[in-house]
Every structure is written in C-alpha cells, then in structure tokens.
Design a protein around this ligand. Structure first.
Ligand code: F6R
Length: 246
C-alpha cells in the first residue's frame, strides 16, 4: 500500500489524475472502475484538461461505475449516470457505449447485479478502481454490516450516508434510501485501487480504515488485504492517521 499526502483538495485531485494518466499512457484500452460523490470531481476535471491537451485519450477505455441509486432514471440529474456524463464522459473522447453503470431502474436487482458482475469479470478485473470513502467507512455503497457482501447487490443506505449525501439534494427527504452497489468481492477483483479522501470529516475513518482491524463494520478496512492500493489524502484527511504514526 502506498499513501500520498497532498497539501489540499486540488493537489489530491492532481495526484489522482496523474496516477490514472500514467495507466492510460501505458495501457490505452484500460478498464477503469469509477466513483461518484464530491471527492473525485476535481480529479475528473484534471483528466478532462489532460484529454483536451491531447496528453491522454479515453477512445479505447471502458469504464465500470461502483454504484447507482435505486430506483432512479438515468435522466434524473441526481442519478450517478447523469453525474458521470456531466462530470467526465461528456467532456472526453470516451465512447459512451463502453461506459457501464448499474441500472437504477432494473426490474430485478439480483439479476442486474449478476449481469454487472459478469461484465466486470469479463475485463479480467478492472485495471484501476477509483474509490472515495464514506464517513462510516463504506466503499461503493457497501455499508457497515456483519459480513462483507461479495457481489453486486441492492442495498439500503445507512442513516449516516443519507445525511452525508443530503448536501447534494434540496432536502434530506429527497435522498434515495436504496442503491445498487458493486460488492466488496467485486471491488477486490480490481488489479489496483486508488482511494481518494479529502477534508477533516474523513480523518477519523481514514485512520480507522488503515490502522483498525479488518471488519465489515468498516468496509474500507478490507483494502488492507489488497495487494496494490494507492491512497491519496489531503492533509486534513490524513491528520489523525499522521498523528497516530508520527
Ligand atoms: C460513490 C461512492 C461512495 C462515495 C463516498 C464518499 O460512487 O461509491 O462510496 O465515494 O460516499 O462520497 P464523497 O466523495 O461525496 O465524500
């Protein structure tokens, strides 16, 4: 595991983009596992800039997003499908046919999860999985629970997640209470992981993820068992970790 501590959000975003750019230069047809939420927005902006300058191309890239609210239409501006088009896909040379996001209107979530896992499996494991981390330690929408959920599945969002995500909605009542998420097993098949975290609100859980015991109560702690993890933090998110180990 490699941990980078950047000065602030912008530097964290820059570093994250550099890691992805390096992969795309070495492997133009890379399979990217992507995340939504506030954290990766700056990184996506950097990648858009690099693409505009001709430094990287997404022409041969395929992408697999972690999760989607449920039920939600793609056209809803709160859907993660919309988010990805708005924050990345519409601004780079990716072929939209090669982008994949769990179907927020699936009639049968179990079948959707199975089909999505097949798609991810067909890549042989995505080359890099981008992750943020929830304040409660979730990755994707794998919320704290008693067992690590291996496969892509429907989930009821934690109260904490609903509260945290309310900032993107007009009111907390509008936040969906369900989602479809890649399972922990699916995430762990990625060849490499890039987890970004920013801000002091993430400092306690970052320390817990890296120094605490591996437990489904802190889903991100499973990353301690992955063989190729890069964690990019800004100073605020790293603060509690650093004060513990220094
Ligand atoms: C998003 C996702 C979530 C977020 C996490 C952090 O696709 O799967 O795990 O990464 O909730 O969200 P932000 O970045 O908004 O703090």
């Amino acid at each position: 595991m490699t941990i980078y501590v950047a000065k602030n959000y912008d530097e964290m975003s820059q570093k994250g983009a550099e890691i992805i750019a390096e992969l795309l230069k070495a492997k133009p047809d890379a399979a990217l596992g992507l995340a939504t939420g506030g954290t990766p927005v700056g990184m996506y902006k950097e990648l858009i800039e690099m693409n505009k300058k001709g430094e990287i191309s997404f022409k041969e890239v395929s992408s697999y997003n972690l999760d989607e609210y449920y039920p939600i239409e793609k056209t809803n501006d709160q859907s993660y499908d919309y988010f990805m088009r708005d924050n990345l896909f519409n601004h780079v040379d990716i072929d939209i046919k090669n982008t994949h996001i769990p179907n927020g209107m699936a009639a049968d979530c179990a079948a959707e999860g199975k089909a999505y896992d097949e798609l991810v499996r067909a890549t042989g494991g995505v080359d890099i999985q981008v992750l943020g981390i929830g304040g409660n330690g979730h990755i994707g929408f794998n919320e704290p629970c008693d067992v690590f959920d291996p496969i892509t599945h429907q989930v009821t969002l934690d109260e904490r997640t609903i509260k945290d995500n309310a900032r993107f909605f007009n009111s907390i009542e509008e936040v969906p209470t369900q989602a479809i998420t890649m399972g922990i097993g699916t995430i762990m098949t990625a060849k490499s992981i890039l987890l970004l975290a920013s801000g002091k609100g993430k400092a306690p859980i970052v320390k817990e993820m890296l120094l605490g015991k591996v437990t489904p109560q802190v889903p991100a702690s499973i990353l301690q068992f992955h063989k190729d993890v890069k964690i990019v933090l800004d100073e605020e998110a790293a603060a509690e970790l650093l004060s513990e180990i220094e």
